[in-house]
Ligand binder design. Sequence first.
Ligand code: ADP
Ligand code: MG
Length: 319
Amino acid sequence: MKKIRLALLSGGVSSEREVSLNSGTQVFEALDKDKYTITRYDPKTDLPKLVMDAPILDAALIILHGPFGEDGTVQGLLDLLDIPYQGAGVLGSAAAMNKLVAKRLYEGAKVPTPPYLSFYIKDDINISEVVGSLGLPLVVKPACAGSSVGMTIVKHQKNLAAAIKLGFEHDDTLILEAYVKGVELTCGVLGNDTLEALPVIEIIPGDAHEFFDYKAKYVAGETQEICPARIDEPTRLKVQELAILAHKALFLKGYSRTDMILKEDTLSVLETNTIPGMTATSLFPQSAQVGGYSFSALLDKLIQLAIEENKRTNLRRAR
Ligand SMILES: Nc1ncnc2c1ncn2[C@@H]1O[C@H](COP(=O)(O)OP(=O)(O)O)[C@@H](O)[C@H]1O
Ligand SMILES: [Mg+2]
């Protein structure tokens, strides 16, 4: 069989650059070299080369996180170049990257999400009104960031102004969200037309972490991840249904991973990741493994889904 000429994109210019480079290397190592001829591109330096090489590329794997990678920009470039790529397109990537847009789409699709307020950098924010409305603790999040960057859990009203200031260093729009104390769960979804929900993972950040922060996410051993999660059958089904509902609500494709919190028997969706972490031990590959896909089989599947989807949508391209 002819080898697939694959572009592997990692690095980029977001705050998650290092995570992306690390994932890129692990993905490179896991890809079956009998099936793929792989060229690596770092969008920070190699976009001109990617454009030049486009005619000889069959597909791309975008292993980039955060703005300028996961937000639809790179997806748009690849669409223009007619290179199939895994996962969400321009619309879904942009919608999911912005937590405010995502929340509005969730609300429209009846995906439960914690109560929140949103602010633009030019707004006057009345601290005591915010606390009166959301209660304490509350969570301050930049609308467009990931890996818990720029995020604070505020327990005392006196710390809110500083948390807001920090958040605005990362984005012009902030979400202030009610804090939900419960069990953290995450659920992957895989497929184009038929969506398969993967086994649910339970996330237990170590005692040193107040929440699933940057270090808890990326330093080995800081967080316990249990798959399948220790939840009863009806809850598992509800989590998987919600992950699919969230995937559809945000117009996603190929795969995604939705983060949730279970409090007593109520689920709240926090966000949906369109390019979930992709080291062999990251959450999505872990649950795919439990669901029967080795890391390299998962990568094959994502590339196959990308090529199929591109063939279908490309019928609409005037030649
Ligand atoms: N409303 C909330 N209540 C409780 N914990 C939260 C809430 N929002 C976020 N967190 C904590 O912060 C982590 C990161 O938040 P999330 O919305 O998933 O953003 P991202 O992963 O993109 O940084 C979550 O995994 C969770 O530990
Ligand atoms: Mg998250």
